[in-house]
Write a protein that binds this ligand. Sequence first.
Ligand code: GCO
Length: 489
Amino acid sequence: MTPKPIYGNVSSFATGTNVELDDDIEVRKFPEHFIWGSATSSFQIEGAHDADGKSESIWDRFCSVPGNIVDGSNGDKACGHYELYRNDVALMKDLGLSAYRFSIAWTRVLPTIGGEVNEAGIGFYDRLVDELLEAGITPFPTLYHWDLPQALEDQGGWTNRQTAYAFADYAEATVERLGDRVETWTTLNEPFVSANHGYLSGEHAPGKQSMDDYLTASHYLLLAHGLASQRIRSLAPKAKVAIVLNFTSIEPATNSPQDQAQAQTQDDLENRWYVEPISGMGYPAETAQQLGWDQSEVLEGDLQIISDPVDLLGINFYTRNVVSADDSPQTKEFGTTDMDWEIHPPSFGKLLRRLNDDYNFPALMITENGAAMPDQKRIGNQINDQDRIDYLRRHIAQVHSAIDNGVPIVGYLAWSLFDNFEWAWGYTGRFGLVEVNFETLERIPKLSADWFSSVISSNEISIPAADMTGGPLNTWPVEPIFLPNPESA
Ligand code: GCO
């Protein structure tokens, strides 16, 4: 089956329109063909940890160490998506998703280093892609969402340059099998988190804690992206290549030079460190120097490989971080989610404009945005998550506003379709639009799923005027959610 194109000619990108309904509600219409979807990742939902020849990943290993995961859980069963995928695709169809972002487990496709492709493992994704296309949903696979084969970690993982080449081989094997039906390939999900949480803070697999390892891993991850991108293009010349980066808005707590310097360093490390090499600008020089990084891993030609132009930048956004040189705790202006992450929609709008002003990506897509919420209230059987709806609506409003300002955003994917394995938080952080009972594996759409579904079918959001003028609304007070257009301000 031929996939339908997921984004057309971005140069003729049309902006949305706004309709004032009455004094209380404003309706914001999205451009025609705007992509609405949801996202998940392999380890977080699939389960079937040793099925059909899959080998151990760093997350299988990490979960087996007591104390690593707050609730002592693992991904052995997760949402049981490996068995229930048909049911799940039917659910996506009911919700009206036009795209589904999922990730492919390297350990299913190539269970051993340098070994043969595991037909049973890739077969799962082959069937999933067909099922999605059959349902009219565009498959949007990510090749790497953190579940590195443990066998590669045993040889240094992302601190070993060979892992980047192994990734390109894995990309090739996957694209050879699915490239006839997949239009857009995402190489990596959030290399910052892979490198930082995995090799510096140690809160994620493989749990290392070294600044040298962080720096090395960040470079080999980006190299892996570039090598895979070249491989994908040579195998599937019509394919679009994307990378998904996470961005956290970093603000200095005060105007003091110390706080500003701290904010600059953090912004460099978390945000610019990845987007700039990809854009051909190299690593942020001042911060690299401050950290004493001699860049000896960066061989001649690497930066060119890394900056092989992408067709699409995927943006994951959740929160902002107000930083001070003395690390003092900051007030969370508009409240927090259940993860204690600050809710700050205006920062999202600001970030989208900044990415468009500072870099030159032909298209942007929101590949993750969402919130863990307490999910304690119910109406009958259904979770009444008005707080999650508020979060989503305010962030989607920022997307609309950015589009109106000419930022070429082609789609919005909510994180996440399901409650799932939230890494070191186990099953305690619930981000789903759909509730999952982890005993019975029953799926029950939350109120937010119904709301999101109506946004998709109408291709618009309705915003209470109070959201734009300030004043208390629902669960937290707001400031104007639309940043003024810099031109007209
Ligand atoms: C990420 C990952 C997801 C997380 C989500 C919530 O962005 O960190 O892509 O796997 O579950 O972000 O933390």
